[in-house]
Write a protein that binds this ligand. Structure first.
Ligand code: PA5
Length: 443
């Protein structure tokens, strides 16, 4: 992975990024020493290098049971209990995976919305396939996931019988507490634990992400290896200008302080769409608090150049872009020559589609810089498990450091509770009687 900031620093005073060196070191030291805000959630910091071959083998063993018994696996989870797995699987999947036969089960995601239509249509589809369920919830009580799991458990048991259903239902949850834990223990499901000290949005390298990714047929050992190598590259002992997470955290904070309040994560590969969704949760939930924080947005180019391109080129100048660029595609396709050249495209004949894509990227970067949009660029050699593992750890550590530079607690999410309290009050959940009364008076 390579990080380039020279098209961002031209928008800042000379030496501005480097002026963060001491603060970045202090943030890294606070993470290492466990003295920062949110220090009970630092389990992600040295997680990659703590993952053993035995642990990966245990995950693969469970994945193999699901693969052998199911042609579809539904992953029930929301937020940090779904976005990491979704991001990696979408980035590695064939774009047209739905249309092609596959040796691995189809992975579907649910429990991340409360749509009656979504769940009805999912259940209709599942009636015709052999499916298993991975129920993921750290708290074990999240409403979206719990409703979905109740429906899936019932259907699975009706289809296979209670005993066989136990083989294909796996729970990933807290070691002791929560309804998902008590249900799994009572029913005798295989379970994996989400460590207490790893928050949801930092949990993709725990079973939360690893099991669904392994079920989808991808190499989790390579994903972890990429993360391990990045953990070394971002170590506190690596000098500031060679440490990608340090430079990224400093650059985005310097841009924020200069009035760039919105960071747009840009990709030129539709497969990266959900990497952006994962990144938005990671940075949004970590930094958006105490009335502060860069707003994390994302676009898929060149698609969105035809929708959001105008705003980015010419709208309010409060944005900067971070572009994820992939050096080489995994396939090979050239623009064919055409004798009649009716479309006038023969100037491209023989060129790889990816060359055109990279010229679009370069042309866009130049145009956006001219338009006053600082550009950070992150490039990876290719889209595979190893490089995704690198990106994941880079963004996680960058986020921890960046949040501390901003002087917020990057590891809590108190704001997420507000809607839940109102929803429970409106639904008359036991224990919310006072809130129910108060909310009725407001309606
Ligand atoms: O990052 C977080 O902590 C949240 O997004 C959670 O992952 C999300 O709310 C789901 O919570 P749980 O895993 O407890 O069901």
């Amino acid at each position: 992975m390579k990080l380039e900031i020279n098209k961002a620093t031209t928008f800042l005073a000379a030496g501005k990024v480097e002026s963060y060196t001491a603060d970045v070191m202090a943030a890294q030291k606070a993470l290492e020493d466990g003295t920062c805000a949110g220090n009970d959630f630092l389990g992600w910091l040295h997680l990659p290098l703590s993952i053993t071959a035995e642990f990966i083998a245990e995950i693969n063993e469970t994945a193999n049971i699901l693969k052998a018994n199911c042609d579809t696996v539904v992953v029930a989870g929301i937020g940090g209990s779904y976005l990491g797995a979704k991001a990696v699987i979408a980035a590695l999947d064939d774009n047209f995976t739905w249309l092609k036969p596959s040796n691995a089960p189809r992975i579907l995601f649910a429990g991340n919305n409360i749509s009656e239509d979504y769940l009805t249509e999912l259940i209709d589809y599942l009636k015709s396939v052999k499916f298993g369920v991975i129920n993921i919830s750290k708290s074990g009580t999240t409403t979206e996931t719990a409703i979905t799991f109740r429906l899936l458990k019932k259907l699975c048991e009706e289809q296979m019988g209670k005993e066989t259903a136990k083989k294909v239902i796996v729970a990933i949850t807290d070691a002791k507490k929560g309804a998902a834990r008590s249900c799994a223990d009572k029913e005798g499901y295989k379970t994996f634990v989400i460590p207490d000290n790893v928050g949801g949005r930092f949990s993709v390298l725990t079973p939360v992400g690893l099991l669904p990714i392994a079920c989808a047929g991808y190499d989790i050992a390579q994903l972890v290896k990429g993360a391990q190598d990045m953990e070394r590259q971002c170590d506190i002992n690596v000098p500031f200008d060679e440490n990608p997470c340090a430079v990224y955290a400093a650059t985005r904070n310097a841009l924020y302080a200069s009035g760039k309040k919105i960071e747009i994560l840009v990709n030129y590969q539709p497969k990266l769409h959900y990497v952006s969704e994962w990144w938005k949760q990671l940075y949004g939930e970590s930094e958006g608090k105490d009335k502060k924080g860069i707003f994390p947005a994302s676009v898929d180019f060149s698609t969105d150049l035809h929708s959001m391109g105008q705003w980015i080129q010419d709208g309010e100048r409060t944005i900067f872009e971070t572009v994820i660029s992939i050096d080489k595609p995994n396939s090979s396709l050239v623009v064919p020559a055409d004798e009649e050249n009716l479309d006038g495209l023969n100037f491209l004949a023989g060129k790889h589609i990816d060359e055109v894509n990279h010229k679009a990227e370069l042309g866009t970067q130049l145009a956006h810089i001219d338009g006053g949009v600082p550009n950070i660029r992150i490039s990876i050699p290719k889209l595979d498990e190893y490089n995704l593992g690198q990106l994941i750890y880079f963004f996680e550590k960058g986020c921890g450091v960046s949040g501390l530079l901003l002087k917020v607690n990057p590891f809590n999410q108190p704001g997420v509770e507000a809607y839940k309290k109102n929803m429970f009050a409106l639904l008359n959940k036991p224990g919310y009687e006072a809130e129910s009364k108060a909310i009725q008076e407001r309606l």
